[in-house]
Ligand binder design. Structure first.
Ligand code: KG4
Ligand code: ZN
Length: 326
């Protein structure tokens, strides 16, 4: 079965056709990231206007004959989500095809089914993106138990905001922090690891942002210390993410760990989690999507729709920007 999916929840407009949930036939995207770099963050109205401009050309380019459609209904920015949802509904009606509404956060995890492997359940899943940090236990397709999440900022937001404080990248700071940290070594721990030892599976990153701001405001802060600070930011965020995934793994004894979301493209996170699993001698398989499938794209929306195939009449599909992962 071939599914044509549309993703428009934030600053990427994407359409893809995926066969049987695992084989990408086409995956096209247009991004408004460059526009948001000028403003230092996503302006919802600008993102929505770009979605409107790009959506039809992107769908045209991704188009091959298909059997069903899928669309992200939330969570996301209301304007951008609405454009994808209304376009998809109109096309499903015009082409007389079934359409499946998809939760963007759950769908991120399906990037792991697009890498030629089949994760086994139960799985501990960490979705880390610009807007979300969610830890869930997945016992089957469509069966999720919420374990924990951020109490304030998402991990991606911590990367983005601190990168801006360091003058590294006005928007989409994760890769900029990773690049600045690359050849730095022997840095003593000086930033907090918020909630690393807490008795739950929650996260908090806003205090880390404040700690970085204090460092940047110190009179001796100079360009020379920027690399060290970037290094410590990456270490602090990934230390906490790894600790909570390992804690959840020890409690629930799953067969797999799945990472997903933009921050899961971070090489240091991948390498630290792999090392920790080996060090703790945990019998578990770690799945991480190809870096280009970690950030927002429609291929994983199509894959999620295949494994959770519950089409609805187009009249009953509505944008739901505040949707949670469970
Ligand atoms: O999943 P995504 O594309 O969009 C949302 O649904 O939010 O994630 C975007 C986030 C941004 O915060 C970006 O800075 C972060 O993912 N990101 C990274 C890396 N690549 C993207 N963070 C750390 N390291 C990276 N290599
Ligand atoms: Zn996303």
């Amino acid at each position: 079965m071939k599914i044509l999916a549309i993703e428009s929840s934030c600053d990427e407009t994407s359409a893809a056709v995926v066969e049987n949930g695992t084989k990408i036939i086409s995956n096209v995207f247009a991004s408004s990231v460059e526009l948001h770099q000028k403003s230092g963050g996503v302006i919802p109205e600008i993102a929505a206007r770009e979605q409107l401009k790009c959506i039809i050309p992107v769908i045209k380019e991704a188009f091959v004959p298909f059997d069903a459609m899928a669309v992200t209904v939330g969570p996301g920015l209301i304007g951008p989500v609405l454009i994808g949802v209304e376009t998809a509904k109109t096309l499903a009606f015009a082409w007389n095809k079934p359409i499946v509404p998809i939760n963007h956060l759950v769908a991120h995890l399906y990037a792991n089914w697009l890498s030629g492997q089949v994760p086994e359940f139960p799985a501990i899943c960490l979705v880390v993106s610009g807007g979300h940090t969610e830890l869930v236990l997945m016992t089957d397709h469509g069966k999720m138990k919420y374990l924990g999440g951020t109490r304030d900022d998402a991990a991606g937001e911590a990367f983005d905001k601190t990168a801006r404080m360091l003058g590294l990248a006005p928007y989409f700071g994760g890769p900029a922090i990773a690049a600045a940290a690359k050849n730095v070594a022997n840095v003593k721990k000086f930033l907090p690891r918020p909630m690393i030892g807490s008795n739950d599976l929650d996260f908090s990153f806003s205090g880390l942002k404040t700690a970085v701001l204090r460092e940047v405001q110190k009179p001796h802060f100079a360009k020379a210390s920027r690399g060290e600070l970037a290094y410590e930011i990456q270490e602090a965020i990934t230390d906490v993410l790894v600790a909570k995934v390992i804690k959840a793994t020890k409690i629930y004894n799953p067969k797999s760990i799945l990472l997903a979301g933009g921050v899961s493209a971070n090489q240091r996170l991948r390498e630290k989690l792999k090392d920790k699993i080996e060090k703790e001698k945990l019998v578990i398989k770690l799945f991480v999507p190809e870096p280009k499938l970690c950030t927002d794209n429609a291929a994983y929306i199509a894959s999620c729709a295949f494994f959770n195939y519950h089409p609805k009449p187009w009249q009953k599909i509505n944008a739901n920007p505040g949707l949670g992962i469970v």
